[in-house]
Design a protein around this ligand. Structure first.
Ligand SMILES: Nc1ncnc2c1ncn2[C@@H]1O[C@H](COP(=O)(O)OP(=O)(O)OP(=O)(O)O)[C@@H](O)[C@H]1O
Length: 580
C-alpha cells in the first residue's frame, strides 16, 4: 500500500515518536469505544429508562472522563507524529545539503538551481504529510475498524457482518483510484520542479533576455509551463475529489444499511435500544479512518513523488574516501609540499570528450605557476581537481608523494585560499562577506586586508561602512569592488596555497594596476596557481603550464617556452600585436 522502501528506512531511523504516536492513537480509539458506550447508556437511561439526573451523573462522569482521555491521546498522537516528521525532515535536509556540498560546485552548476532548491526545500516539506499523516493513518485505518468490529460483533453480529463486508470496498476503491493518482501526482511534481527551475533561470538572466528582446518569448514559455502545471494539478484534484466521493458514498451507504437494519430489528424487538444506539454511534467512526486514509493518501502522494528526486540526489553522493589517520597528523597541507599531477584525465558526466587528458606536471612549493590556454582548454578543470571540487577519472594528484584524496577534505581546504573570477557574494554586510573564511579575525587583520586591497577608502565613503548590506550576489558593488572583497577574504585566510583566476573583465588601467598590486602582495611567499590572462602575469610566473584542448602542450619558464616556439610564442605574439 504505497510504502516506499527507502522512506520506510527513514521512518525506522526515527521510529520512537511514531511508535508513541501509534500507541497514543490506538488508546484514543479504545477511548472512542468507551465514549460511545457511555453515551448510549446515558441516552438509554434518560429516555428509555426515565432515570433522573442524579442516577445518570456517574455515567456522565465516565463519559466526560473518556472524552477527556480521548482528546489527550489524540493530541499526544498528533504531537509525536509531528515530532518524528520534523526529525526526519531535518535529517533529510542535512543529508541532502551534505550530498550537494560533497558533490561540489561542479555538480551544483550542472543542475538547474531552481529545480535543486525546490527539491531541497519544497520536496523535503512535501514529505511531512507522508510521515505525519499518511503513515500513522495506515495503522489507524486497520486498527480502529477492527476494534469497532470486536466491540459490535458480540451484541449485534448482523451489523458486524455488514461492516465487515462493506469495509474492504474502501481500500479496494482506493487502490484502483490510487494507481492513476500516483502517476498523475508524479507528473504534477515534475512539472512544478521544472517550472521553478525555468522561472529562476529567467529571473537570473532577465537583463540578458531583455537585451536580446527575448523576455516576451520567455514570458510565453513560463505561461505555457504554468498552464501545463495547472492542467496537471486539475487532473490530480479531479482524481482526489472522485476518490473522496467514492469513499464517502461507500461510508454513507454502509451507515444507511446499518441504520435501516437496526431500525427494523428495533421495531421487531430483536435488539436492545442501548446496544442499537451504541452500534449506530460507532458506525460513522468505523468508516472515518478508512475515508481519512483516502484523503491522506493523496497528500502523502506528493511526498512520494518528491522523494524520487530527493533520493536521486542522495544516490549521487560520492563514496567517502578512506582517510588514513597519519595524514591528518603528519601536518601535510595544501601549499606545504610539491603537488604532482600524474597522468590525470577527467571527463565530465554526460560529456563525450575528456576535459583533461593525461596531465603530468609539478606545482612547486613557494613558486607561482601560471596556467594558460585558449577558452575550453581545461584550465578551470585543472583548478577544480586541485580544489577537489571534482575527482580525476584516471591518474593521481599527490602532495609530497601522498595522494591528496587521503587528506580530509576540510583540512585540505583549510590550506587553500581561492579567488575566482566571479566571486560569490552573499546578501549580508560587507564585513560578514569579507570575514567569511575567518569570522573571528582580529580588527588589525581586517584593517590590513582592507588596506592591501584598497577597500579602506571605499568603505570610509559608505555611510554605514563595513555594516553596509551589499545585496544579492553583491548587487550593490561594482565588478572591481567585488574582486577586492574576494582578495580581502584571501588576505584574511592567509592560507599557504593560493589559487587565483585572474580577472579579464577590467579595461580601466588604474583599477587593473591596483588589483594586480594587491594580487602581487597576496602571492608573496605563497605557492600560487594562477589562471593567467595578462602578459605581465604570465611573464613573471616561475612556471607556465600551457594547456590546449585538454592536453598539456608545454611546461616551463617564459624564456624556455619562447625559445621552444609553437603555441606559446604564437599566442604571445598575437597578444603583443593586440596590445600594440
Ligand atoms: N560542468 C561541465 N560539464 C560538461 N563539460 C564541461 C563542464 N565544465 C567544462 N566542461 C568542458 O570541459 C572543457 C574544459 O573546460 P574548462 O572550463 O576547464 O576550460 P577553461 O580552459 O577553463 O575555459 P575558459 O577559459 O573559457 O574558462 C570544455 O570543453 C568545456 O566545455
Amino acid at each position: 500500500m504505497n510504502i516506499d522502501r527507502r522512506l520506510f528506512q527513514l521512518l525506522k531511523e526515527e521510529r520512537v515518536p511514531f511508535i508513541v504516536s501509534i500507541v497514543a492513537g490506538s488508546i484514543a480509539s479504545v477511548m472512542l469505544i468507551a465514549q460511545a458506550f457511555w453515551l448510549s447508556v446515558i441516552i438509554d437511561g434518560a429516555f428509555m429508562q426515565k432515570k433522573g439526573l442524579g442516577e445518570l451523573l456517574p455515567f456522565i462522569g465516565f463519559f466526560s472522563l473518556f472524552s477527556a482521555f480521548r482528546m489527550f491521546f489524540n493530541w499526544a498522537s498528533h504531537g509525536e507524529a509531528n515530532r518524528g516528521t520534523v526529525a526526519i525532515r531535518n535529517k533529510l535536509f542535512t543529508r541532502l545539503t551534505g550530498t550537494v556540498a560533497a558533490l561540489g560546485p561542479v555538480y551544483a552548476r550542472s543542475v538547474q538551481s531552481g529545480r535543486l532548491s525546490t527539491t531541497l526545500l519544497k520536496g523535503v516539506e512535501a514529505l511531512d504529510a507522508y510521515f505525519g499523516s499518511y503513515i500513522p493513518q495506515i495503522f489507524f485505518a486497520l486498527f480502529t475498524p477492527l476494534l469497532i468490529l470486536a466491540a459490535v460483533f458480540p451484541g449485534d453480529w448482523l451489523s458486524g457482518l455488514i461492516l465487515l463486508i462493506s469495509a474492504p470496498l474502501i481500500p479496494l476503491f482506493m487502490i484502483l483510484i490510487g494507481k492513476s493518482a500516483s502517476a498523475m501526482t508524479e507528473k504534477q511534481w515534475k512539472t512544478m520542479s521544472r517550472m521553478s527551475g525555468h522561472f529562476l533561470d529567467v529571473l537570473q538572466g532577465l537583463p540578458t533576455l531583455k537585451l536580446f528582446a527575448q523576455s516576451k518569448s520567455q514570458r510565453d514559455t513560463i505561461e505555457e509551463a504554468g498552464e501545463t502545471f495547472r492542467q496537471a494539478t486539475m487532473r490530480v484534484l479531479k482524481i482526489a475529489f472522485l476518490s473522496s466521493l467514492t469513499l464517502e458514498l461507500v461510508g454513507t451507504l454502509g451507515t444507511a444499511i446499518i441504520a435501516v437494519s437496526i431500525g427494523l430489528r428495533l421495531m421487531g424487538g430483536q435488539l436492545a435500544f442501548q446496544h442499537a444506539l451504541f452500534v449506530l454511534v460507532l458506525t460513522p467512526d468505523f468508516f472515518l479512518p478508512l475515508r481519512q486514509l483516502g484523503t491522506k493518501f493523496h497528500a502523502g502522494m506528493e511526498g512520494v513523488s518528491a522523494s524520487k528526486e530527493i533520493f536521486a540526489i542522495l544516490d549521487q553522493a560520492p563514496a567517502p574516501h578512506s582517510v588514513r589517520e597519519k595524514c591528518s597528523i603528519n601536518g601535510t597541507a595544501a601549499g606545504k609540499g610539491t603537488v604532482t599531477f600524474t597522468g590525470v584525465s577527467c571527463t565530465y558526466p554526460g560529456s563525450a570528450h575528456p576535459a583533461l587528458e593525461r596531465i603530468t606536471a609539478d606545482i612547486p612549493t613557494g613558486k607561482t605557476t601560471a596556467i594558460i590556454g585558449p577558452s575550453g582548454a581545461g584550465k578551470s578543470t585543472l583548478v577544480n581537481l586541485l580544489l577537489r571540487f571534482q575527482e580525476p577519472g584516471e591518474g593521481s594528484i599527490t602532495i609530497d608523494g601522498l595522494p591528496i584524496h587521503d587528506i580530509p577534505l576540510a583540512s585540505w581546504h583549510e590550506g587553500i585560499a581561492w579567488v575566482p573570477q566571479h566571486p560569490t557574494l552573499f546578501n549580508t554586510t560587507l564585513k560578514e562577506n569579507i570575514l567569511l573564511a575567518s569570522p573571528y579575525a582580529s580588527r588589525e587583520k581586517l584593517n590590513d586586508a582592507l588596506k592591501q586591497t584598497g577597500l579602506s577608502e571605499f568603505i570610509a565613503s559608505l555611510p554605514e561602512g563595513l555594516d553596509t548590506m551589499i545585496g544579492e550576489q553583491g548587487a550593490r558593488l561594482s565588478g572591481g569592488e567585488a574582486q577586492r572583497v574576494a582578495l580581502a577574504r584571501a588576505f584574511i585566510k592567509n592560507a599557504p596555497l593560493l589559487v587565483l583566476d585572474e580577472p579579464t573583465s577590467h579595461t580601466d588601467p588604474e583599477l587593473e594596476a591596483a588589483l594586480r598590486a594587491s594580487m602581487a602582495a597576496l602571492m608573496k611567499g605563497r605557492t600560487t596557481i594562477i589562471i593567467a590572462h595578462r602578459l605581465e602575469t604570465i611573464r613573471s610566473a616561475d612556471q607556465i603550464i600551457v594547456l590546449n584542448a585538454g592536453k598539456l602542450v608545454r611546461c616551463g619558464t617564459h624564456v624556455e617556452l619562447l625559445a621552444a616556439g609553437g603555441f606559446y610564442s604564437d599566442a604571445l605574439k598575437l597578444q603583443q600585436e593586440k596590445a600594440a
